[in-house]
Design a protein around this ligand. Sequence first.
Ligand SMILES: Nc1ncnc2c1ncn2[C@@H]1O[C@H](COP(=O)(O)OP(=O)(O)O)[C@@H](O)[C@H]1O
Ligand SMILES: [Mg+2]
Length: 284
Amino acid sequence: MKKIAICNQKGGVAKTTSAVNIATYLSLKGKHTLIIDLDPQANTTSGLGVDKADIEHSIYDVLHEHIRLDQAIIKTQLERLFIVPSTINLTGAEVELVNVMGREYRLRKAVSEMEREFDYLIVDCPPSLGLLTINGLTMVDSLIIPIQCEYYALEGLGQLMNTVRLIQENLNSKLRIEGVLMTMADFRTNLTKEVINEVKRHFGDKVYETIIPRTVKLTEAPGFGKPIALYDGQSLGATKYEQLTCEILNIPLKNKNEETEKAELVASKEVNGGIEEDYGKKIG
Ligand SMILES: Nc1ncnc2c1ncn2[C@@H]1O[C@H](COP(=O)(O)OP(=O)(O)O)[C@@H](O)[C@H]1O
Ligand SMILES: [Mg+2]
């Protein structure tokens, strides 16, 4: 099982959006995939359409060793995608686990029993560098860092890289950066281009070729409890997350040109009429 955390201690950089949609496309590409929601805000849980009322056990119970990981796994709308949900009581876990022996290894221990059950494990991290994120990074093979194309995009990344280094030195020597993902790009602005160039200067070829544009459909989908592939699989946001997943898997996007063209055609009719078509052409 390949284990990847989606991590950046900044909020609102598209961690959850990326976790949900990468995991979805991995499953649609035939990979048996598990997603763990490690954020007390539980946006991955609701974004995949899991009803709070249906959650019997969550990642909170797993971290407290009340139950095994497999007992907290529930189905999603996608055949090969499963989720370990989060609930708001996870907020307390950081404090509750402080005096526990091996507190950084709780998730790694729980996941080790499921090594053979899945091809991929995606972890959506909370917007902090606390014990929950440390549990995530101690367990995974690699992390994807989403960065929003905005002012101060690189702010805080020094802190994140420092945490990664500390974890490599003390808790998980195999941890590496899978890739850096530029999100919410608006190619009408110079700012987006400047930020991308700056991030590329720092991270070089770790930056994914696929850049996720800002699109209305990607904002809307979680409100319907659906990943973009199910909400509007022809939209530009869908095409881009599929393209990204192919890049992660190192496989070619099937019928790339045809699909991109189709997505652009549909995107051009989307709410902000015409603008999204440009995005696709420039970055496609
Ligand atoms: N490419 C995108 N285009 C438009 N809106 C987006 C995009 N990516 C994320 N969003 C929206 O931005 C907000 C923050 O994204 P989210 O994935 O929740 O970030 P994080 O998990 O890092 O806090 C959400 O409302 C989400 O729907
Ligand atoms: Mg989130």
